[in-house]
Write a protein that binds this ligand. Structure first.
Ligand code: GSH
Length: 238
């Protein structure tokens, strides 16, 4: 049995970490059984690369959602992407990178840097912590995230520049999705695990950001999230 280690649900989403939600969605899409014991922020120290998600499978530990998916494809077969041509795989990879390596950092800015987003994030992620952790951990976590954003480069831009960068990515996603049911056509593939996880994290939480407002101007994006949710999380309330 695959054991998935990820954050607890927050913001009314299966997971408020888009990378955790990506992997759980992918497991559901591939139909691979898994268990997900409760893990909290303090267990991050056990993660092999210091980030969530990670898994245990066959007595071994694997970290990083993309590397985990590569392992699972080798171990259990490629159940989702076999129908993609080499050209389609290249496009899917480019969109995956756009979402995970660029849009993600703009999303982080709305949650951790912008005062209105931080007020929501602080409550959603840390309210259940016991004192005195509840006083200390949010400030330290925020400082760490802001440092990562600066290191990546996104955090060096002005807020207006970050919004414009994220909005261009969102427009590209909506233009490419168009009226297709899934990103690469009539059937879902691994890119949809990423796209759904990140778009739901953008649109779903009560963080009223410029990115969320922009995403909601494109009807295909919320409709797509709804489609994915109904298909893969029929039990979820979000
Ligand atoms: N490339 C990694 C990214 C994972 C990641 O950034 N996880 C975040 C949550 S969304 C995390 O655990 N951050 C904790 C930290 O950086 O301290 C993956 O695909 O799994």
């Amino acid at each position: 049995m695959i054991t998935l280690y990820q954050y607890e649900p927050a913001f009314g989403l299966p997971n408020a970490s888009p990378f955790c939600m990506k992997l759980e969605t992918w497991l559901r899409m591939a139909g691979l059984p898994f268990e997900a014991p409760p893990v909290n922020l303090r267990d991050l120290g056990k993660a092999p690369k210091g980030k969530m998600p990670y898994i245990e499978d066959g007595g071994k530990t694997f970290a990083d959602s993309t590397l985990i998916i590569e392992h699972l494809k080798l171990a259990y077969g490629d159940r989702l992407d076999g129908w993609l041509s080499a050209e389609q795989q290249a496009v899917a990879l480019a969109f995956q990178r756009l979402i995970e390596e660029n849009l993600y950092w703009a999303l982080l800015h709305t949650r951790w840097a912008e005062p209105a987003g931080w007020a929501q994030t602080r409550v959603a992620f840390f309210a259940k912590m016991p004192l005195p952790l509840k006083w200390l951990v949010p400030t330290l976590a925020r400082r760490g995230l802001l440092k990562q954003m600066h290191g990546h480069g996104m955090g060096r831009h002005s807020e207006a520049e970050i919004h414009a960068i994220g909005q261009r990515d969102i427009t590209a996603l909506s233009d490419f999705l168009g009226d297709k049911p899934y990103f690469m056509g009539n059937e879902p593939c691994s890119l949809d695990a990423t796209a759904y996880a990140f778009l739901a994290n953008l649109i779903g939480p009560p963080v009223e950001s410029a990115l969320k407002q922009h995403a909601l101007t494109f009807a295909p994006l919320p409709a797509y999230c709804q489609r994915m949710r109904s298909r893969y999380y029929p039990d979820a309330a979000v």
